[in-house]
Write a protein that binds this ligand. Structure first.
Ligand SMILES: *[C@@H]1O[C@H](CO)[C@@H](O)[C@H](O)[C@H]1NC(C)=O
Ligand SMILES: *[C@@H]1O[C@H](CO)[C@@H](O)[C@H](O)[C@H]1NC(C)=O
Ligand SMILES: *[C@@H]1O[C@H](CO)[C@@H](O)[C@H](O)[C@H]1NC(C)=O
Ligand SMILES: *[C@@H]1O[C@H](CO)[C@@H](O)[C@H](O)[C@H]1NC(C)=O
Length: 355
């Protein structure tokens, strides 16, 4: 390669790096209308794009479907809802991806081109291409407008790649403009158990829970803002809630949690700030249920290559926090609904998640 081309590439890399740093440092805040809207995209299961087929559609739909339908759906969602943040809750890519970076570029492209800040965590399938968790997360963290981090705040010996948080500040110009009104936690729920003889999915480890409690305590010392948590694999309590409370939405398959209960739910209760958790993993479950004051919600499967069920449309969850000074001081209440990938992008299961 000629030297001037190398220099050109090098300088555009530096330029790129600056842009990326500014993406990571982007401040999230409520709009002047007092809202903050999140689009949760679960389980895209992106492969190689046009050559990767779809699952669980009717025989007539199958031949005309590929990963590009997932891209088109995520674009429609962004266009329809204009979110303030897009969160991908894992299994963004899977075994069908021959080059993880190429597939992640394509999978996250609708978010990147929208110029809306976005974040992602990993699921259990992301590692089935040619990168391991650390490399996947380092790659995601440096993509344009990505708010994802490998670990933030940094700490030694914490398990997982993609444990981080972001605060959502009050509207610009408001007296809450420097105060967090909502905190968002992102955690790595792993892939498969690493203990010999223990089969099944991994779990949110003790070291992550200590890290989380520590962080939550620090955030609670600064403001009494409520928080939401995003990760991939449901906690065993997603099953418990089915016997305790009425759920909204559908439970069309079992809850596929880790084989053991790591206690993260009790850690959440002890900290007290997390009012709702949002996971993916079980594509045809899209319910929310409230257990001991915490709303346990699924996103519902978004990706076409992923398994689903014939007749159950691919879908995504929208979460809106609204500040209502009269009802709850400065802190927001949370409402949520889902959008289906049908002709009119049907809006279903709208509900208020009472805090
Ligand atoms: C996938 O996209 C193609 C091309 O736009 C379209 O014809 C087809 O109906 C889509 N399939 C589904 C299941 O949405
Ligand atoms: C927020 O912080 C900025 C920068 O430090 C300061 O200029 C501004 O006055 C602060 N706003 C409020 C409401 O305290
Ligand atoms: C907990 O917080 C303290 C003080 O901020 C910090 O020094 C320590 O590294 C943190 N530990 C973990 C595991 O996050
Ligand atoms: C939640 O906030 C919205 C917007 O301010 C408001 O209309 C609604 O009444 C609030 N609900 C509760 C229970 O606070």
């Amino acid at each position: 390669m000629p030297v001037d081309v190398v220099l050109l590439l090098y300088s555009s890399w530096i330029l790129g790096a600056c842009v990326l740093v500014s993406g990571a440092d982007r401040i999230l805040r409520f709009s002047e209308q007092g809202t903050f809207k999140i689009l949760q995209v679960a389980d895209m299961h992106y492969g190689n794009g046009a050559s990767t087929g779809c699952s669980d559609l009717t025989a007539t739909q199958m031949p005309f479907c590929s990963d590009l339908n997932t891209t088109a759906f995520v674009r429609r969602l962004i266009h329809e809802e204009s979110p303030d943040l897009i969160v991908f809750t894992g299994d963004n890519i899977d075994w069908a991806a021959s080059d993880a970076k190429v597939s992640m570029d394509a999978a996250f492209a609708p978010a990147i081109e929208s110029n809306i800040p976005w974040a992602a965590v990993l699921g259990n399938h992301d590692v089935e291409s040619n990168l391991r968790r650390p490399e996947l997360m380092e790659y995601i963290a440096q993509l344009k407008n990505s708010l994802a981090k490998v670990i933030d705040p940094p700490a030694e010996g914490v398990y997982g790649w993609g444990n981080f948080y972001h605060s959502v500040l009050g509207p610009a110009g408001a007296d809450t403009e420097n105060l967090s009104l909502l905190n968002l936690y992102f955690l790595d729920s792993g892939d498969n158990s690493k203990l010999p003889g223990i089969k099944g999915y991994d779990w949110i480890r003790r070291s992550q829970q200590i890290w989380f409690s520590n962080l939550s305590q620090k955030l609670r010392a600064a403001s009494s803002a409520p928080a939401l948590a995003f990760f991939h694999i449901p906690l065993p309590e997603y099953d418990t809630v089915l016997y305790r409370d009425q759920i909204s939405g559908r439970q069309l398959e079992d809850v596929y949690s880790a084989p053991v209960n790591s206690g993260f739910f009790s850690t959440l209760l002890e900290s007290g700030d997390v009012k709702a958790t949002f996971v993916g993993h079980d594509h045809i479950n899209d319910y929310c249920g409230k257990l001991m004051g915490v709303h346990l919600c699924y996103g519902g499967g978004t990706g076409y290559h992923a398994y689903g069920r014939v007749g159950v449309e691919r879908r995504a969850r929208i979460i809106v926090a609204t500040i209502n000074e009269e009802v709850q001081g400065h802190f927001p209440n949370i409402s949520t609904w889902k959008r289906l990938d049908d002709t009119h992008m049907s809006k279903i299961d709208t509900e208020l998640l009472e805090l």
